[in-house]
Design a protein around this ligand. Sequence first.
Ligand SMILES: [Zn+2]
Length: 512
Amino acid sequence: MFLRKLKLWLIVLTILISTIVISLLLNAYPRHIRYKLELRIRSNGQYGDGIWMVGASKAAITPSVCASFIDKDSDGRYEPLDGDKLSGTRIWLAGFHNSRPASRVHDQLWARAVAIDNGVHRIGIVALDLIGLFYDDVIDIRDEAERRGAGFDYIVVTCTHNHNSPDTLGLWGRYRFSCGVDASYMDMVKWLTAKVLIEAVSNMRRCRLSVAQAKTGIDGLIGDSRPPFVVDDRLIVIRFFDATTSKTVCTIIQWANHPEAFGSRNTMVTSDFVHWVRCAVEDGIRSPNRGFVDGLGGIAIYINGAIGGLMSPTGVSVRSLDGRFIRENGVEKARALGENIGMVVLELARKAELVNETQVEVCARTITLPIENWLLRIGAHIGVVKHGYFVFRGVVPTEIAFIRIGNIGMLCIPGELYPEVAIGGVESPDGADYAGEICESPPLLKFMPTKFSVIVGLANDELGYFIPKTQWDAHPPYTYGERHYGEIMSLGPNAACLLYRELVRLIESCTK
Ligand SMILES: [Zn+2]
């Protein structure tokens, strides 16, 4: 009798354990398990010299915040033991730390899209004021846009890496091991993103294109919190304007900095300094020295670049247009930073050169990278991190792309690249975990065949920091005197090197 009972219990236990194991395994797999992109397109424009069909559109993706949050000690954390009070809908803000609830909306979050067509091929670029989106969600957006007949040959979905938006990756929920993603908000974001892409297509008209590039410098704008000190401070302005009226349809601005000037204690929803960049570019700005500087009109789209390693305004004293230095993080700093950049964009746009080439080229490829970070793996299994991976191979699927629009090249990076990989300056310091020969050299920009080269950060995925292998430093002795932040938010020590090799191979095969 006892043996029979024991046998029964063992069977029940085995079934229970197997169910848990199977569900943990399945939980971690990518949702679009069969998606594999291998795209190569190239064409010359059909509308004549320098003429494109281009349209832009935008939609607010701001969450409705119906909450009351009393943050007793103003530390941006909901801690009932400190006397904090939280009621209403809980929206967890992404970036910095867990348990940061949204208290109100300061300014709107946006999805801003442009459709670029040379008569043969059509490319969509959409930028979202979010911390990032994972590959599976990007594929959902592409599927939805295609289902609704947008007719794109390729779509790039990029995020500004905004640190004041709802958690869309899962890492910043109430607790360290609770997912912060609100499924209905994600559905809304994806639906609206597909919608702006379609609207951009229906707004297409005959346009011309101009482009300009300058270095902003870093003083009072960008801090680099981790040696070696390398900053990609190039600002690139791409403007499409109506071929007949010269009215701006859209201005793409690419610069590299973390949108986190509001700081970690902020609980307001905002698109950070990017908001003021776009306001200045669209509507103009009043400067104490120069009077009112006219805006360009149209829709401004901000794209982030190589922001790893770690580009941030938080430790910087930003000089406002009226000459004050603002050290404290918050509204004033974000505004000053955005207005400074907006002013540079407006100056640059007026010096921009007209582009006559109308060639379109896209080489895009699904690749896999090893996921060596065990915390991320566990996160995927227990449903906190919503990025699937191939469990038995230990690799994540992601995507890289090289895009040519006229004489502008765009290199799409699925995360936050350390700028030294893009512009040069990778080091192999003594004491690093893998000191030795440098893998990520020569810099990626050297391989770009175009006159203007844009790094599109967080493109189609957000896999965290891509740290050069010889700068990986998780174990003592620590290089550069102390332990620095970065490794915990990275796939692992080999990710940057493998990504670099894949990117070089992609550009070379594309431009052959
Ligand atoms: Zn970051």
